[in-house]
Design a protein around this ligand. Structure first.
Ligand SMILES: NC(=O)c1ccc[n+]([C@@H]2O[C@H](COP(=O)([O-])OP(=O)(O)OC[C@H]3O[C@@H](n4cnc5c(N)ncnc54)[C@H](O)[C@@H]3O)[C@@H](O)[C@H]2O)c1
Length: 368
Protein backbone atom coordinates (compact mmCIF):
# COMPACT_ATOMS: atom_id res chain seq x y z
CA UNK A 1 0.00 0.00 0.00
CA UNK A 2 1.18 3.49 -0.82
CA UNK A 3 -0.38 6.65 0.54
CA UNK A 4 -1.63 9.41 -1.78
CA UNK A 5 0.99 11.19 -3.86
CA UNK A 6 0.30 14.92 -4.20
CA UNK A 7 0.31 16.03 -7.81
CA UNK A 8 0.72 12.50 -9.20
CA UNK A 9 -0.16 12.31 -12.90
CA UNK A 10 -2.03 9.03 -12.68
CA UNK A 11 -3.48 7.76 -9.42
CA UNK A 12 -4.19 4.18 -8.45
CA UNK A 13 -7.76 3.55 -7.34
CA UNK A 14 -9.21 0.69 -5.36
CA UNK A 15 -12.95 0.32 -5.98
CA UNK A 16 -14.81 -1.37 -3.12
CA UNK A 17 -18.33 -2.59 -3.93
CA UNK A 18 -19.08 -4.04 -7.35
CA UNK A 19 -22.87 -3.67 -7.37
CA UNK A 20 -24.90 -1.35 -9.60
CA UNK A 21 -23.32 1.88 -8.35
CA UNK A 22 -19.82 0.39 -8.04
CA UNK A 23 -20.01 -0.42 -11.74
CA UNK A 24 -21.08 3.16 -12.51
CA UNK A 25 -18.02 4.42 -10.60
CA UNK A 26 -15.80 1.97 -12.49
CA UNK A 27 -17.04 3.45 -15.77
CA UNK A 28 -16.10 6.93 -14.52
CA UNK A 29 -12.63 5.67 -13.53
CA UNK A 30 -12.29 4.11 -16.98
CA UNK A 31 -13.22 7.40 -18.67
CA UNK A 32 -10.45 9.37 -16.94
CA UNK A 33 -6.80 9.58 -17.89
CA UNK A 34 -5.69 10.63 -14.39
CA UNK A 35 -6.89 7.38 -12.75
CA UNK A 36 -6.13 3.69 -13.15
CA UNK A 37 -7.75 0.82 -11.26
CA UNK A 38 -5.47 -1.22 -9.02
CA UNK A 39 -8.03 -3.60 -7.46
CA UNK A 40 -11.73 -4.36 -7.22
CA UNK A 41 -13.05 -5.53 -3.85
CA UNK A 42 -16.41 -7.10 -2.99
CA UNK A 43 -17.43 -9.60 -0.34
CA UNK A 44 -19.02 -11.35 -3.31
CA UNK A 45 -15.86 -12.23 -5.25
CA UNK A 46 -17.81 -13.29 -8.30
CA UNK A 47 -19.30 -9.76 -8.54
CA UNK A 48 -15.82 -8.21 -8.29
CA UNK A 49 -14.48 -10.61 -10.94
CA UNK A 50 -17.37 -10.01 -13.31
CA UNK A 51 -17.18 -6.22 -12.98
CA UNK A 52 -13.44 -6.21 -13.70
CA UNK A 53 -13.82 -8.64 -16.61
CA UNK A 54 -16.65 -6.59 -18.18
CA UNK A 55 -14.19 -3.69 -18.40
CA UNK A 56 -11.21 -5.77 -19.54
CA UNK A 57 -9.38 -4.77 -16.35
CA UNK A 58 -6.61 -7.19 -15.44
CA UNK A 59 -6.49 -6.17 -11.79
CA UNK A 60 -6.56 -8.41 -8.72
CA UNK A 61 -9.88 -8.92 -6.98
CA UNK A 62 -10.33 -9.30 -3.22
CA UNK A 63 -13.15 -10.07 -0.82
CA UNK A 64 -11.60 -7.99 1.95
CA UNK A 65 -10.53 -4.36 1.81
CA UNK A 66 -7.67 -4.69 4.34
CA UNK A 67 -6.11 -7.50 2.30
CA UNK A 68 -6.41 -5.43 -0.88
CA UNK A 69 -4.70 -2.42 0.69
CA UNK A 70 -1.80 -4.60 1.80
CA UNK A 71 -1.31 -6.04 -1.67
CA UNK A 72 -1.83 -3.22 -4.15
CA UNK A 73 -0.94 0.42 -4.56
CA UNK A 74 -3.77 2.78 -3.57
CA UNK A 75 -3.76 6.56 -3.92
CA UNK A 76 -7.48 6.68 -3.21
CA UNK A 77 -10.36 4.34 -2.48
CA UNK A 78 -13.93 4.54 -3.73
CA UNK A 79 -16.32 3.15 -1.12
CA UNK A 80 -19.39 1.97 -3.03
CA UNK A 81 -20.57 -0.68 -0.63
CA UNK A 82 -23.99 -0.80 1.03
CA UNK A 83 -24.54 1.90 3.71
CA UNK A 84 -24.06 -0.55 6.64
CA UNK A 85 -20.54 -1.36 5.39
CA UNK A 86 -19.47 2.26 4.83
CA UNK A 87 -17.96 2.92 8.25
CA UNK A 88 -15.89 -0.28 8.35
CA UNK A 89 -14.51 0.08 4.82
CA UNK A 90 -13.71 3.80 5.22
CA UNK A 91 -12.11 3.24 8.62
CA UNK A 92 -9.83 0.52 7.23
CA UNK A 93 -8.71 2.79 4.39
CA UNK A 94 -8.12 5.84 6.60
CA UNK A 95 -6.07 3.78 9.05
CA UNK A 96 -4.00 2.62 6.06
CA UNK A 97 -3.46 6.28 5.05
CA UNK A 98 -5.64 6.04 1.92
CA UNK A 99 -8.06 8.91 1.18
CA UNK A 100 -11.68 7.85 0.69
CA UNK A 101 -14.43 9.11 -1.55
CA UNK A 102 -17.56 7.38 -0.25
CA UNK A 103 -21.00 6.96 -1.69
CA UNK A 104 -23.80 8.56 0.32
CA UNK A 105 -24.79 8.18 3.09
CA UNK A 106 -21.26 8.42 4.46
CA UNK A 107 -22.45 6.22 7.34
CA UNK A 108 -25.95 5.18 8.42
CA UNK A 109 -25.85 7.40 11.55
CA UNK A 110 -24.58 10.85 12.55
CA UNK A 111 -22.72 9.27 15.52
CA UNK A 112 -20.77 7.01 13.15
CA UNK A 113 -20.07 9.94 10.86
CA UNK A 114 -18.76 12.07 13.76
CA UNK A 115 -16.51 9.21 14.82
CA UNK A 116 -15.16 8.72 11.28
CA UNK A 117 -14.80 12.45 10.85
CA UNK A 118 -12.65 12.61 14.00
CA UNK A 119 -10.57 9.69 12.70
CA UNK A 120 -10.09 11.46 9.35
CA UNK A 121 -9.05 14.73 11.04
CA UNK A 122 -6.67 13.16 13.55
CA UNK A 123 -5.02 11.01 10.87
CA UNK A 124 -4.93 13.85 8.33
CA UNK A 125 -6.50 11.56 5.70
CA UNK A 126 -9.28 13.00 3.54
CA UNK A 127 -12.76 11.46 3.72
CA UNK A 128 -15.50 12.90 1.55
CA UNK A 129 -18.95 11.86 0.40
CA UNK A 130 -19.99 12.03 -3.20
CA UNK A 131 -23.30 13.91 -3.37
CA UNK A 132 -23.49 13.62 -7.12
CA UNK A 133 -26.81 15.46 -7.45
CA UNK A 134 -25.36 18.80 -6.31
CA UNK A 135 -23.23 18.75 -9.45
CA UNK A 136 -25.24 19.46 -12.59
CA UNK A 137 -25.64 22.23 -15.13
CA UNK A 138 -29.32 22.57 -14.17
CA UNK A 139 -28.80 23.05 -10.43
CA UNK A 140 -25.92 25.46 -11.07
CA UNK A 141 -28.15 27.65 -13.28
CA UNK A 142 -31.01 27.44 -10.74
CA UNK A 143 -28.74 28.51 -7.89
CA UNK A 144 -27.38 31.40 -9.98
CA UNK A 145 -30.95 32.50 -10.76
CA UNK A 146 -31.81 32.46 -7.04
CA UNK A 147 -28.79 34.60 -6.23
CA UNK A 148 -29.86 36.98 -8.96
CA UNK A 149 -33.27 37.25 -7.28
CA UNK A 150 -31.64 38.32 -4.03
CA UNK A 151 -31.33 35.03 -2.13
CA UNK A 152 -34.32 32.94 -1.34
CA UNK A 153 -36.67 32.62 1.61
CA UNK A 154 -38.83 29.67 0.59
CA UNK A 155 -37.80 26.53 -1.29
CA UNK A 156 -39.90 23.53 -2.19
CA UNK A 157 -39.26 20.26 -3.95
CA UNK A 158 -41.47 17.38 -5.00
CA UNK A 159 -39.80 14.04 -5.64
CA UNK A 160 -42.12 11.31 -6.97
CA UNK A 161 -40.62 8.16 -8.47
CA UNK A 162 -41.54 4.48 -8.72
CA UNK A 163 -38.43 2.26 -8.93
CA UNK A 164 -38.69 -1.50 -8.45
CA UNK A 165 -35.19 -2.06 -7.05
CA UNK A 166 -35.31 -5.35 -5.22
CA UNK A 167 -32.31 -5.75 -2.89
CA UNK A 168 -31.47 -3.84 0.31
CA UNK A 169 -33.82 -0.90 -0.25
CA UNK A 170 -36.92 -3.12 -0.23
CA UNK A 171 -36.04 -4.27 3.28
CA UNK A 172 -35.03 -0.94 4.88
CA UNK A 173 -37.27 0.67 7.52
CA UNK A 174 -36.96 4.11 5.85
CA UNK A 175 -35.84 3.57 2.25
CA UNK A 176 -36.87 7.01 0.96
CA UNK A 177 -35.55 9.12 3.85
CA UNK A 178 -32.32 7.18 4.37
CA UNK A 179 -31.35 6.16 0.85
CA UNK A 180 -32.78 8.94 -1.36
CA UNK A 181 -33.95 12.08 0.46
CA UNK A 182 -30.37 12.89 1.44
CA UNK A 183 -29.86 13.97 -2.19
CA UNK A 184 -32.65 16.57 -2.09
CA UNK A 185 -31.70 17.64 1.47
CA UNK A 186 -28.11 18.18 0.32
CA UNK A 187 -29.33 20.03 -2.78
CA UNK A 188 -31.37 22.33 -0.53
CA UNK A 189 -28.25 23.20 1.50
CA UNK A 190 -26.41 23.93 -1.73
CA UNK A 191 -29.23 26.10 -3.09
CA UNK A 192 -29.92 28.00 0.14
CA UNK A 193 -26.24 28.49 0.97
CA UNK A 194 -27.10 28.17 4.66
CA UNK A 195 -27.49 25.41 7.23
CA UNK A 196 -30.56 23.56 8.52
CA UNK A 197 -31.67 24.17 12.11
CA UNK A 198 -34.84 22.14 12.66
CA UNK A 199 -37.34 19.85 10.97
CA UNK A 200 -40.86 18.52 11.30
CA UNK A 201 -41.44 15.38 9.24
CA UNK A 202 -44.05 12.71 8.68
CA UNK A 203 -42.98 9.44 7.08
CA UNK A 204 -45.50 6.81 5.98
CA UNK A 205 -46.28 3.81 3.85
CA UNK A 206 -48.99 4.26 1.19
CA UNK A 207 -51.35 1.27 1.07
CA UNK A 208 -50.08 0.22 -2.38
CA UNK A 209 -46.37 0.45 -1.51
CA UNK A 210 -44.16 -2.49 -2.53
CA UNK A 211 -41.53 -1.65 0.15
CA UNK A 212 -41.35 -3.17 3.62
CA UNK A 213 -40.56 0.24 5.17
CA UNK A 214 -41.94 3.77 4.75
CA UNK A 215 -41.50 4.91 1.15
CA UNK A 216 -43.17 8.34 1.40
CA UNK A 217 -42.50 11.47 3.48
CA UNK A 218 -43.34 15.15 3.87
CA UNK A 219 -41.00 17.48 5.78
CA UNK A 220 -40.52 21.16 6.59
CA UNK A 221 -37.02 22.37 7.48
CA UNK A 222 -36.12 25.74 8.97
CA UNK A 223 -32.72 27.03 7.87
CA UNK A 224 -30.48 29.62 9.51
CA UNK A 225 -31.66 33.08 8.47
CA UNK A 226 -35.29 31.87 8.58
CA UNK A 227 -35.63 30.27 5.14
CA UNK A 228 -37.97 27.27 4.90
CA UNK A 229 -37.44 24.17 2.77
CA UNK A 230 -40.40 21.90 2.09
CA UNK A 231 -39.94 18.34 0.88
CA UNK A 232 -42.61 16.00 -0.44
CA UNK A 233 -41.40 12.65 -1.69
CA UNK A 234 -42.43 9.14 -2.62
CA UNK A 235 -40.67 6.11 -4.06
CA UNK A 236 -43.92 4.31 -4.84
CA UNK A 237 -45.61 6.90 -7.06
CA UNK A 238 -46.65 5.37 -10.38
CA UNK A 239 -47.43 7.86 -13.15
CA UNK A 240 -46.45 11.52 -13.73
CA UNK A 241 -43.07 10.90 -12.11
CA UNK A 242 -40.76 13.84 -11.48
CA UNK A 243 -37.11 13.84 -12.51
CA UNK A 244 -34.68 12.04 -10.17
CA UNK A 245 -33.50 15.45 -8.96
CA UNK A 246 -37.07 16.42 -8.02
CA UNK A 247 -39.16 19.33 -9.25
CA UNK A 248 -38.22 22.64 -7.58
CA UNK A 249 -39.75 26.05 -6.87
CA UNK A 250 -38.25 28.97 -4.97
CA UNK A 251 -39.54 32.32 -3.78
CA UNK A 252 -37.06 35.20 -3.32
CA UNK A 253 -37.23 38.98 -2.72
CA UNK A 254 -36.83 39.71 -6.43
CA UNK A 255 -39.28 37.09 -7.73
CA UNK A 256 -39.64 33.34 -8.24
CA UNK A 257 -37.73 30.57 -10.01
CA UNK A 258 -38.38 26.95 -10.94
CA UNK A 259 -36.23 24.00 -11.98
CA UNK A 260 -37.58 20.73 -13.34
CA UNK A 261 -34.52 18.87 -12.04
CA UNK A 262 -33.14 18.56 -15.57
CA UNK A 263 -32.43 21.44 -17.92
CA UNK A 264 -35.47 23.72 -17.63
CA UNK A 265 -34.76 26.69 -15.33
CA UNK A 266 -37.17 29.63 -15.36
CA UNK A 267 -37.56 32.83 -13.40
CA UNK A 268 -39.97 35.74 -13.24
CA UNK A 269 -39.71 39.13 -11.56
CA UNK A 270 -42.71 41.19 -10.44
CA UNK A 271 -44.22 42.78 -13.54
CA UNK A 272 -41.79 40.97 -15.87
CA UNK A 273 -42.19 38.09 -18.28
CA UNK A 274 -41.13 34.50 -17.65
CA UNK A 275 -37.48 34.05 -18.60
CA UNK A 276 -35.91 30.77 -19.66
CA UNK A 277 -32.47 30.70 -18.03
CA UNK A 278 -29.71 29.27 -20.22
CA UNK A 279 -28.09 26.18 -18.74
CA UNK A 280 -24.36 26.05 -19.38
CA UNK A 281 -22.04 23.05 -19.59
CA UNK A 282 -20.34 21.94 -16.37
CA UNK A 283 -18.82 18.69 -15.12
CA UNK A 284 -21.66 16.68 -13.63
CA UNK A 285 -22.44 13.87 -11.23
CA UNK A 286 -19.82 11.33 -10.17
CA UNK A 287 -17.19 12.80 -12.46
CA UNK A 288 -17.58 16.24 -10.85
CA UNK A 289 -17.41 14.79 -7.31
CA UNK A 290 -14.25 12.93 -8.28
CA UNK A 291 -12.72 16.05 -9.84
CA UNK A 292 -13.26 18.04 -6.62
CA UNK A 293 -11.77 15.20 -4.60
CA UNK A 294 -8.67 14.89 -6.79
CA UNK A 295 -8.16 18.66 -6.72
CA UNK A 296 -8.12 18.49 -2.91
CA UNK A 297 -5.51 15.71 -3.03
CA UNK A 298 -3.45 18.05 -5.21
CA UNK A 299 -3.59 20.68 -2.46
CA UNK A 300 -6.75 22.50 -3.59
CA UNK A 301 -9.82 23.41 -1.55
CA UNK A 302 -11.58 20.68 0.44
CA UNK A 303 -14.32 19.01 -1.63
CA UNK A 304 -17.91 20.14 -0.95
CA UNK A 305 -18.64 16.65 0.40
CA UNK A 306 -15.77 16.67 2.94
CA UNK A 307 -17.25 14.77 5.85
CA UNK A 308 -17.47 17.69 8.29
CA UNK A 309 -19.59 19.55 5.72
CA UNK A 310 -21.57 16.59 4.44
CA UNK A 311 -22.50 15.46 7.94
CA UNK A 312 -25.12 18.24 8.00
CA UNK A 313 -26.99 16.60 5.11
CA UNK A 314 -26.88 13.30 6.98
CA UNK A 315 -28.10 15.07 10.13
CA UNK A 316 -31.13 16.33 8.15
CA UNK A 317 -32.02 12.70 7.43
CA UNK A 318 -31.57 11.60 11.02
CA UNK A 319 -33.51 14.57 12.40
CA UNK A 320 -36.34 13.95 9.90
CA UNK A 321 -36.48 10.29 10.97
CA UNK A 322 -36.56 11.27 14.64
CA UNK A 323 -39.31 13.81 14.00
CA UNK A 324 -41.36 11.18 12.15
CA UNK A 325 -40.89 8.70 14.99
CA UNK A 326 -41.76 11.16 17.78
CA UNK A 327 -44.29 13.42 16.06
CA UNK A 328 -42.35 16.50 17.21
CA UNK A 329 -40.17 19.20 15.68
CA UNK A 330 -36.49 18.24 16.07
CA UNK A 331 -33.55 20.65 16.40
CA UNK A 332 -30.39 19.56 14.56
CA UNK A 333 -28.27 20.74 17.50
CA UNK A 334 -29.89 18.05 19.64
CA UNK A 335 -29.07 15.42 17.01
CA UNK A 336 -25.41 16.49 17.05
CA UNK A 337 -25.29 16.65 20.84
CA UNK A 338 -26.62 13.10 21.19
CA UNK A 339 -24.45 11.76 18.36
CA UNK A 340 -21.39 13.39 19.92
CA UNK A 341 -22.05 11.67 23.26
CA UNK A 342 -22.46 8.31 21.53
CA UNK A 343 -19.35 8.73 19.34
CA UNK A 344 -17.32 9.82 22.39
CA UNK A 345 -18.45 6.78 24.38
CA UNK A 346 -17.48 4.60 21.42
CA UNK A 347 -14.00 6.19 21.21
CA UNK A 348 -13.45 5.92 24.98
CA UNK A 349 -14.53 2.29 25.05
CA UNK A 350 -12.03 1.55 22.27
CA UNK A 351 -9.25 3.49 24.05
CA UNK A 352 -9.02 5.92 21.10
CA UNK A 353 -7.87 8.97 23.06
CA UNK A 354 -7.00 11.13 20.04
CA UNK A 355 -10.43 10.58 18.53
CA UNK A 356 -12.08 11.22 21.90
CA UNK A 357 -10.13 14.50 22.29
CA UNK A 358 -11.19 15.60 18.81
CA UNK A 359 -14.84 14.76 19.51
CA UNK A 360 -14.78 16.77 22.76
CA UNK A 361 -13.96 19.91 20.74
CA UNK A 362 -17.15 19.38 18.66
CA UNK A 363 -19.80 19.65 21.36
CA UNK A 364 -22.30 21.25 18.93
CA UNK A 365 -21.29 19.15 15.90
CA UNK A 366 -18.31 19.47 13.57
CA UNK A 367 -17.32 23.07 12.73
CA UNK A 368 -19.23 24.85 9.95
N1 LIG B 1 -25.37 8.71 -5.92
C1 LIG B 1 -26.38 8.01 -6.40
O1 LIG B 1 -27.18 8.49 -7.18
C2 LIG B 1 -26.53 6.58 -5.96
C3 LIG B 1 -27.33 5.70 -6.71
C4 LIG B 1 -27.41 4.36 -6.29
C5 LIG B 1 -26.72 3.94 -5.15
N2 LIG B 1 -25.99 4.84 -4.43
C6 LIG B 1 -25.26 4.40 -3.21
O2 LIG B 1 -24.21 3.54 -3.61
C7 LIG B 1 -24.02 2.54 -2.61
C8 LIG B 1 -24.11 1.16 -3.26
O3 LIG B 1 -25.39 1.01 -3.83
P1 LIG B 1 -25.68 -0.11 -4.95
O4 LIG B 1 -26.99 0.24 -5.55
O5 LIG B 1 -24.50 -0.28 -5.85
O6 LIG B 1 -25.84 -1.41 -4.01
P2 LIG B 1 -25.63 -2.94 -4.44
O7 LIG B 1 -26.30 -3.75 -3.40
O8 LIG B 1 -25.98 -3.12 -5.89
O9 LIG B 1 -24.03 -3.14 -4.35
C9 LIG B 1 -23.30 -3.05 -3.15
C10 LIG B 1 -22.13 -4.03 -3.23
O10 LIG B 1 -21.34 -3.87 -2.05
C11 LIG B 1 -20.87 -5.16 -1.67
N3 LIG B 1 -20.48 -5.13 -0.27
C12 LIG B 1 -21.26 -5.09 0.85
N4 LIG B 1 -20.51 -5.04 1.96
C13 LIG B 1 -19.21 -5.03 1.55
C14 LIG B 1 -17.97 -4.97 2.23
N5 LIG B 1 -17.90 -4.91 3.57
N6 LIG B 1 -16.83 -4.99 1.50
C15 LIG B 1 -16.88 -5.07 0.15
N7 LIG B 1 -18.04 -5.12 -0.56
C16 LIG B 1 -19.18 -5.10 0.14
C17 LIG B 1 -22.05 -6.08 -1.96
O11 LIG B 1 -21.66 -7.43 -2.07
C18 LIG B 1 -22.56 -5.50 -3.29
O12 LIG B 1 -21.97 -6.13 -4.42
C19 LIG B 1 -25.08 2.79 -1.52
O13 LIG B 1 -24.52 3.53 -0.49
C20 LIG B 1 -26.12 3.61 -2.25
O14 LIG B 1 -26.85 4.46 -1.38
C21 LIG B 1 -25.86 6.13 -4.83
Amino acid sequence: MTAAVAGADVRDVVVVGAGGMGRAWMDVVRSREDLRPSAVVDIDLSAARAAAAERDWSVPVFDDVAAALQEVRADLLLNVTIPEAHRGVSETAIRAGVPVLSEKPVTPTVADAMWLSALSVTRGVLLATSQSRRHSAGITAFRDALRDLGGLGQLQTQFFQNPRFGGFRDEMASPLLVDMAIHQFDQARYLLGSEPESVYCEEFSPAWSWYRGAAAAQAIFRFSGGARFGYAGSWCADGLTTSWNGDWRASAPGGSATWDGENAVRMQREGGGVQDIPVGAVREGLDAALTEFLAALDGGAPPSGEIRQNIRSLAMVEAAGESAATGTRVELDSVFARAGVSALADAQAAGETEIADQLRTWAGGPPR
